[in-house]
Design a protein around this ligand. Structure first.
Ligand code: 2PG
Ligand code: MG
Length: 404
């Protein structure tokens, strides 16, 4: 995206392996070439349908281009132009605006409102759709609750990651990494993976819960079948109530501070039951369940399902719609987490969103792989500009249990 003053902004659309059924759908070419994943048609849409309309627009705010994108396609799934077309254009325009203003994007997004450097949520083991379904749970992550700066949070997390690697090597279970850079989950049960995460926190010298807490993304929609929730690793299927009980047992036994998509996107009753039972003890995050959609956030909050939203711009299709979901969640007194995708790119715009929109938490996968470290480095640079006082520490996050 090039402006008249010469400013050029770029945007890249990420992709997800475990996708919500109601999220924006990318335009792909289909057919034989590149497995059908190529996006020549999407590029053509940008050049022939989007660009001519944008040329007539005055970019008077960072999100001004979204008006045009929404005129072209206001469907929640972006079925007319494609979610990838929409989100990449939306990002490119916001970046062009910031470059023209000579300011970081987070600064132009915040205006006079408060900003913060978000608390990192970092994957140590990958599973589910990100690891050939080697284990059922998708993300086993840590949150450095006691860190007082993003630099410290990342150092603590890196120590846990290294300790996890040493423990896996000792067991002869080190087998590379999953999609988002977390270790490949060579475990025989799901709970063994959580137990190993706990041991890695201890081996790194931290107090589990108080200093470094566990965060899980169950991605339960991926486990849903006609017979309930399929735990392939344990060769059994369980119903929604049993799933709640299983996860409740983990909350009792492990110092967990956040759990994402504990029940499936279509199991509203289950999510309400789970939130009633555990919503005071732990952050309950809707990802596939809410697909970054303001109306779904509002409905879930009114029904008592979840207490936090994961904000993925490409689920919504424009930055404006993602912001709408975030501000709706905030109005409902929920916590907010901006998130990367499993098929992530080197684009670091999500860091600007997390800082400028004051989301206070950021989930980016692990601490390895360039597309992930690009984001952590962007946070460190923002913290250098803003000072450690701008860091959104995690001391307030409740922890489900503490081991005595
Ligand atoms: C998620 C993300 C990141 P994906 O489920 O939260 O872990 O994965 O991009 O595959 O949806
Ligand atoms: Mg998720």
């Amino acid at each position: 995206m090039a402006l008249d003053d010469g400013a050029i902004g770029r945007g890249i659309a990420p992709a997800g392996a475990s996708r919500g059924a109601r999220e924006a759908v990318d335009a792909r070419d289909g057919g034989e070439r590149l497995g059908g994943f190529d996006v020549r048609g999407a590029v053509d849409t940008v050049l022939t349908r989007v660009a001519p309309r944008l040329a007539a627009v005055e970019l008077d705010t960072p999100l001004a281009a979204d008006r045009v994108l929404l005129e072209l396609d206001d469907s929640p799934t972006k079925s007319a132009i494609g979610g990838n077309v929409s989100v990449a254009t939306s990002i490119a325009c916001a970046q062009a605006f910031a470059i023209s203003a000579g300011l970081p994007l987070w600064r132009v997004l915040s205006g006079d409102a408060p900003v913060s450097v978000p608390l990192p949520e970092v994957q140590i083991f990958g599973g589910g759709a990100h690891a050939g379904r080697r284990i059922d749970i998708q993300d086993l992550m840590v949150i450095a609750r006691s860190a007082q700066s993003v630099e410290q949070a990342l150092e603590m997390t890196a120590e846990v990651y290294l300790a996890a690697g040493r423990l896996m090597a000792e067991r002869g279970a080190l087998a590379g990494v999953a999609d988002e850079g977390g270790f490949w989950p060579a475990f025989s049960t799901n709970e063994e993976a959580i137990e190993m995460l706990l041991r890695a926190i201890e081996a790194a010298g931290y107090v589990p819960g108080d200093e470094v807490a566990i965060s899980l993304d169950i991605a339960a929609s991926e486990l849903r079948t006609d017979h309930g929730y399929r735990l392939a690793l344990e060769s059994r299927s369980i119903d929604s109530a049993a799933m709640c009980a299983l996860l409740g047992g983990w909350l009792d036994r492990y110092p967990i501070c956040s759990i994402e998509d504990p029940l499936a996107e279509d199991d509203i009753e289950g999510m309400r039951r789970f939130t009633r039972a555990f919503g005071k003890r732990v952050q309950i995050v809707g990802d596939d369940f809410l697909v970054t959609n303001a109306a779904f956030v509002e409905a879930a909050a009114l029904q008592g399902a979840c207490n936090a939203v994961l904000v993925k711009p490409n689920q919504a299709g424009t930055l404006s719609e993602a912001l709408d979901a975030l501000t709706t969640a905030r109005r409902m007194r929920w916590s907010t987490i901006v998130s990367a995708r499993s098929g992530e790119t080197e684009d670091t715009t999500i860091c600007d969103l997390a800082i400028g929109w004051n989301a206070r938490q950021l989930k980016v996968g692990s601490i390895t792989r360039g597309e992930r470290t690009a984001k952590w480095n962007a946070l460190i640079r923002a913290e250098q500009a803003l000072g450690a006082a701008a860091f959104a520490d995690g001391g307030w996050l409740p922890v489900s249990t503490r081991r005595g």
